[in-house]
Design a protein around this ligand. Structure first.
Ligand code: FBP
Length: 554
């Protein structure tokens, strides 16, 4: 890739570290707490993680430590969807390793966990690292979604790690990848190996968080990037006063991104999937919620506005969820026959005698282009790929239909012209904000300290994130502490619990306190582009979500 002026300058940005990690390498001591427990399913988890369950929480402090100068060989994996800051985790890990011992080696496993299974690596040199500092993307080594699942894959992973004489493997990933990290740590111990496994919390979706992991990296930059785009559309809408913009935002099942963007920009309507499921709202009710704002704003002469829609919405609307479940089961039972039916009409006919009448009617009532999306190729687990369903267009179509009916009945006199957008991939590889640059570098550096201290089965953790970086608290959280047992694909499995938007959480409460006003008035807020240079209150500001969760003013 060619180098832009911003990139050149960002190479030189020195990420801020917590005070405990900023001194010389011999001055980082570790403080160990008492043994930990998972919140639920303790006995089952103890049984699965016989050798790694219940380790203590670890915090880094100042003090003497001679362990950090050992020569180490470490392999690092980027797993799953891209998130801004991944390169800085690797840079932090590299700098930690090299300041501990200049002879240490960092391997990058290529294209995700499959690089570990198939022993595909690159040695990461200082020269390579320097051309990726403070940049977005995962292109330094590539990413992938392979899971280490089968006994053969576990065995192959250990074989690779042994061949490379690794001391540790670092997995940078979301809830599923870090579940994998926990299982791999246990497997290595079972096999009598002392190769350690450390995780780092990544995902723009923001759904890997709990008492000990305050935020997953990438959420900050992705939300700020979408916030900028939404703010620009708001200003455009407020200038021409003729369009309603329906904007779907990435985030898979969780609505954290949508909620954060709403807090940043103050749209007229913002749908939160978790609330819709909680209140069991039907598609009709959701459409009414949007129409209500459109009608009232039209009465005030405002035929424009902004609607934010979370990516996973359709799976949270009860009758659509039921339809999706029935389609997944029915198609899985006779996949071969179904895959040979090519036209939508014939697919509908085939399904008519196989799914419930209510689901059939719903599928038939959808605009054909959208209906077809429910029948597209399934993912490897046989599920519909919800992210490919154009919910934003579905809502534009259904809202338009409803408004026509209301117009005919004299209940709506405005003009409705809508545009649909999907903001997702645009935010995943942006230049990391200063927050993500600092946070990621600190996570990587902490991962090094955990490894050099001989720990395994830990997630690198940096807390107190709304304070200035030097006051951040770095350490490690035992992965087994974050797990519970869930029913996944027909079996009981240990997994890290996904954090969804909580109805009694302060970000959601801050939003509900304001949303009625936003629905009627034009209260748009335009955040502008991420700033990398300038006053700290602009450049280092954490997300509204994080501030509210930590009891701070927004
Ligand atoms: P991760 O959970 O792996 O970080 O992925 C996040 C995400 O960007 C989701 O928001 C989105 O639904 C999904 O990845 C898209 O996946 P893909 O990159 O495979 O199209």
């Amino acid at each position: 890739m060619d180098i832009s002026a911003l990139q050149k300058v960002r190479y030189g940005y020195k990420p801020k570290l917590p005070a405990s990690l900023s001194g010389s390498i011999g001055d980082i001591a570790i403080e160990t707490g008492a043994a930990t427990e998972a919140a639920v399913d303790r006995d089952k988890l103890k049984d699965i993680f016989k050798l790694s369950y219940g380790k203590p929480l670890v915090t880094f402090t100042g003090g003497k430590n001679d362990k950090l100068s050992r020569e180490l060989k470490v392999g690092v994996i980027l797993s799953g969807g891209q998130a801004p800051g991944g390169h800085n985790v690797i840079a932090g890990l590299y700098d930690g390793l090299k300041s501990g011992n200049a002879q240490s080696t960092l391997y990058g496993f290529l294209n995700g966990p499959s690089g570990l299974i198939n022993n595909k690596t690159a040695i990461l040199t200082g020269e390579i690292i320097d051309t990726y500092r403070n940049t977005g993307g995962f292109d330094i080594i590539g990413s992938g979604r392979t899971k280490i699942e089968t006994p053969q894959q576990f065995a192959a992973s250990l074989e690779t790690a042994k061949k490379l004489a690794l001391n540790a493997v670092v997995i940078i990933g979301g809830d599923d990848s870090n579940t994998n990290a926990a299982l791999l740590a246990e497997y290595f111990l079972e096999q009598g190996s002392d190769i350690q496994v450390i995780g780092c919390p990544k995902t723009i979706d923001g759904d890997l968080k709990n008492e000990y992991i305050e935020a997953s990296f990438g959420f900050d930059t992705a939300c700020k990037t979408y916030g900028e785009l939404i703010g620009n559309l708001m200003r455009d809408a407020n200038s021409s006063k003729k369009y309603w913009h329906f904007i779907k935002l990435m985030g898979r099942a969780a609505s954290h991104i949508t909620l954060e963007c709403a807090l940043q920009t103050q749209p007229n309507v913002c749908l939160i999937s978790e609330e819709i499921e909680h209140r069991q709202y039907s598609l009709d009710t959701v459409v009414d919620m949007i129409c209500d704002s459109i009608i009232k704003r039209a009465e005030n002469g405002s035929n424009f506005g902004i609607v934010l829609i979370p990516e996973g919405l359709v799976e949270f609307i009860p009758e659509i969820k039921h339809l999706i479940d029935e389609l997944n089961d029915t198609i899985a039972r006779d996949e071969e026959t179904f895959s040979n039916i090519t036209s939508f009409i014939d697919q509908l006919y085939w399904l008519s005698s196989r799914i419930s009448e209510s689901s059939y009617r719903l599928l038939e009532s959808l605009p054909p282009d959208i209906g077809r999306e429910f029948l597209m190729d399934r993912d490897p687990h046989g599920n519909v790929q919800v992210s490919r369903i154009e919910t934003e267009k579905l809502l534009v179509g259904t809202v338009e239909k409803k408004l026509q009916i209301l117009k005919a009945a004299g209940a709506y006199k405005g003009k409705f012209s809508a545009l649909a957008h999907f903001f997702g991939y645009e935010g995943r590889c942006a230049f990391p904000s200063n927050f993500d640059s600092d946070y990621c570098y600190s996570l990587g550096y902490s991962a090094f300290v955990l490894i050099a201290s001989g720990l395994t089965g830990y997630l690198s953790s940096v807390r107190n994130l709304t304070a200035p970086a030097h006051q951040w608290i770095a350490g490690g959280v035992p992965l087994t502490m974050l797990m519970n047992i869930e029913h996944r694909h027909g079996a009981q499995k240990p997994v890290i619990k996904k954090a969804l938007v909580e109805m009694d959480g302060s970000p959601f409460r801050a939003f509900t306190a304001m949303r009625d006003t936003w629905a009627l008035e034009t209260c748009f807020r335009v955040p502008g582009a991420i700033q990398y240079f300038g006053p700290p209150e602009v450049c280092d500001e954490p997300t509204y979500t994080l501030k509210l969760e930590q009891g701070k003013q927004i």
